[in-house]
Design a protein around this ligand. Structure first.
Ligand SMILES: [Zn+2]
Length: 126
């Protein structure tokens, strides 16, 4: 198992905590890792309540570590305003440099975050 697989497995374990209460939202888990150590964990508990990434970021005691951390999320972070603000904005605001996702969001209104990242001028290769 690779390191990414290890932490992604933990995300899925966390996500299962929301089983039965997140409908119509999916189960999502998130882990924040700094220098090989888990410093934050979260999962989506209930529709209308904060997403997994928000709960994971909030669980980090020393927020200054976030700018050197990696956030793992079982589902691509949302980039749209739903009942809660976009998680992409939270990740950018906290300057988390690495994002590892389990899967892209199949819902069109959600699946724009990766496109937004790739449209950043610094990521243009031409
Ligand atoms: Zn979100």
């Amino acid at each position: 198992m690779t390191t990414h697989e290890f932490y992604m497995k933990r995300c899925i374990e966390l996500a299962k905590n929301g089983l039965g209460t997140t409908y119509p939202n999916p189960l999502v888990g998130s882990v924040i890792v700094h220098e090989g150590k888990i410093i934050g964990e979260g999962w989506h508990k209930k529709a209308g309540e904060p997403h997994a990434e928000v709960n994971a970021v909030n669980s980090v005691k020393d927020k200054s570590l976030l700018k050197e951390a990696t956030i793992y999320v079982s589902l691509e972070p949302c980039s749209h305003f739903g009942k809660t603000p976009p998680c992409c904005d939270l990740i950018i605001a906290n300057k988390i440099p690495n994002v590892v996702i389990g899967t892209v969001d199949p819902q069109l209104s959600c699946a724009t975050s990766l496109r937004n990242y790739s449209e950043l001028p610094s990521n243009h290769s031409q």
